[in-house]
Design a protein around this ligand. Structure first.
Ligand code: ATP
Ligand code: MG
Length: 555
């Protein structure tokens, strides 16, 4: 073979449906869409849907639209529209053509509603919202017909025109599809398709005081955009009957089909925008992009890369099985990416001083270390070294057993990328906490083992006291204390009080110029990136530790 064949993309039941539709000539190309409602920031569940929809368009040389499903003017904001566009692009996807808005189709939707009325398939109902609920029945009992169900077409048209002209109050009436009040599928029991809202809309301003409902809007928007495969999550399974009913009963050429897949659920977090919004509103987090949030903006600020989220989406796959994905799986994706790609640096998060007493006072030298151990092409970084250094508090003990391969009083350890030192004595403060360790160094151990064959096993990291720079380091832990906080009556009651711990660290001088959101491996500590929300000072967010610590939880 002259060239290796590309690895096959992992298939799934949706790709199989598409393959069949293409093979049977049902479609000649594929057109998907990602339809967020601009009522919050996107989360990692949306990333699954984005990777599915845009990924299919990419692999089949098809198209994928970004469509804002904006039929709830009171809950939606331009600010959310902007954040969603940014997040989709950041994940590495480009939508086809212009951004679409369901609100672009308000005129057409209004016409289709009139068509249904004219066909005797929709009526203006003057029952109160409470009565509508009562008349709807339950899963066990059929609903009953509204007294307005058989209003003549002409009267319905007139009433709908008055609705549109603002002659009724909110809730005074609504437009309902005339389907079947005893259908076993509740959403087929004469669903409301238009309601009155005297609210300005972020796209259409004050043009409308009636707004179409999601179920009526979504299928028509799909058809108007020539979507072939309309992919959504399982909770819309029942709504498919209504999706089909609407398209079957209006005059429209294109005929998209809806397919459902299971939504992503992730342990130790909540995923719905309603709950995420509550966390923001109630001040439990800094904002939608708080690095503890499962939002795309939060993960980006935390140091996740687009590639790691796409890899995660690929690993979880697409099925109809409801399940809960472990956080360890998400973290493995970013850890593998950063292990391969993140530049290395040294940072001392819990600093104590080391004084090397046999190193000449006032002398400094510049040592070199690779930016990445396996990527020579990234070159070397400079590490200033001097008589006074910082090491981590955890890396020194007065006495310890053999398992502790760090600095112990009277013993030797290697300073990473530098010399071997030996701890001679130490000072403590009034609480007995170590403040300074006095050491000697072996000048003949730079880049080589001690000449007389002494074995020095441990290696610890360090930063020059004179050259190191102070930085705030934010250590994040899971946001909730239980795996499924969404199942709690009050999910705020299971927030983890220690989900953020702030430390004052000393970091390698080059890190003073670190770029926002570009993660480094702080050697022996974990992966960290500069906090984009605090660029006026030096703040690093811990993206993820070096090893999986989730397995320990619950022990
Ligand atoms: P939320 O409950 O978080 O507000 P939503 O479904 O109301 O989610 P939309 O903005 O309407 O949010 O969703 C846009 C698209 O993203 C929809 O097609 C929806 O099915 C999909 N989606 C939302 N949440 C998830 C999830 N957890 N996993 C996979 N896809 C999701
Ligand atoms: Mg929604």
């Amino acid at each position: 073979m002259s060239e290796a064949a590309p690895a096959p993309k992992p298939s799934n039941f949706i790709r199989q449906i598409i393959d069949r539709d293409l093979a049977e000539g049902k479609h000649s190309s594929v057109h998907t869409r990602f339809p967020p409602e601009p009522n919050g920031y996107l989360h990692i569940g949306h990333a699954k849907s984005i990777c599915l929809n845009f990924g299919i368009a990419e692999d089949y040389q098809g198209q994928c639209n970004l469509r804002f499903d904006d039929t709830n003017p009171e809950k939606e904001e331009q600010h959310f529209v902007d954040s969603i566009k940014r997040d989709v692009n950041w994940l590495g996807y480009e939508w086809s053509g212009e951004v679409c808005y369901s609100s672009n189709y308000f005129d057409q939707l209004h016409q289709y509603a009139i068509e249904l009325i004219e066909k005797g398939l929709a009526y203006v109902d003057f029952l109160t919202p409470e009565q509508i609920r009562e008349y709807r029945g339950t899963l066990k009992e059929p609903g009953k017909n509204s007294p307005y169900r058989d209003t003549p077409v002409a009267e319905n048209l007139a009433a709908f025109a008055r609705m549109r002209n603002g002659e009724y109050k909110e809730g005074e009436c609504c437009l309902r599809a005339k389907i079947d009040m005893s259908s076993p599928i509740i959403c087929m029991r004469d669903p409301v398709i238009y309601r009155i809202r005297f609210a300005d809309h972020h796209q259409t301003g004050s043009k409308w005081c009636i707004y179409p409902m999601y179920d009526f809007t979504h299928c028509i928007s799909d058809a108007l955009e020539n979507i072939t495969h309309s992919l959504c999550t399982l909770e819309f399974q029942d709504n498919r009957a209504l999706y089909d009913w609407v398209l079957d009963n209006i005059t429209i050429e294109s005929r998209p089909r809806q397919y459902e897949f299971s939504r992503l659920n992730l342990e130790y977090t909540v995923m719905s925008k309603r709950r995420l919004s509550a966390l923001v509103q109630d001040g439990h987090v800094e904002g939608w992009d708080d690095p503890r949030m499962p939002t795309i903006a939060g993960l980006r600020r935390r140091g996740y890369t687009p590639a790691s989220l796409r890899e995660f989406a690929a690993r979880i796959g697409v099925t109809k099985q409801e399940n809960m994905v472990e956080m360890a799986m998400l973290e493995a994706c970013i850890r593998e990416d950063l292990n391969d790609n993140a530049p290395r640096a040294m940072a001392v998060i819990e600093p104590i001083k080391v004084v090397i007493e046999n190193y000449p006072e006032g002398q400094t030298e510049t040592l070199k270390a690779p930016v990445h151990p396996n990527k020579e092409e990234l070159g070397e970084r400079e590490l200033p070294f001097g008589r006074e250094l910082y090491i981590d508090r955890d890396d020194f003990r007065e006495s310890a057993n053999k398992k502790y391969k760090r600095l112990v009083l009277g013993k030797e350890v290697r300073l990473r990328n530098a010399y071997v030192i030996k701890a001679e004595r130490f000072d403590t403060d009034e609480c007995g906490q170590v403040t300074t360790v006095y050491c000697t160094y072996d000048a003949d151990t730079l880049g080589k083992n001690p000449a007389d064959g002494r074995k020095v096993k441990g290696v610890i990291h360090w930063v020059s006291a004179e050259h190191g720079v102070e930085a705030e380091v934010r250590l994040y832990d899971r946001l909730f204390t239980v795996p499924n906080p969404g199942a709690e009556e009050n999910f705020a009651s299971v927030l983890n009080g220690d989900s953020l711990v702030i430390k004052r660290a000393i970091v390698e001088p080059d890190l003073a110029d670190a770029q926002a959101e570009l993660a480094y491996q702080f050697e022996r500590e974990g992966y960290f990136c500069r906090d984009s929300a605090n660029m006026d000072r030096l703040v690093f967010n811990r993206t993820v530790g070096l090893r999986d610590t989730w397995a320990k939880i619950g022990d």
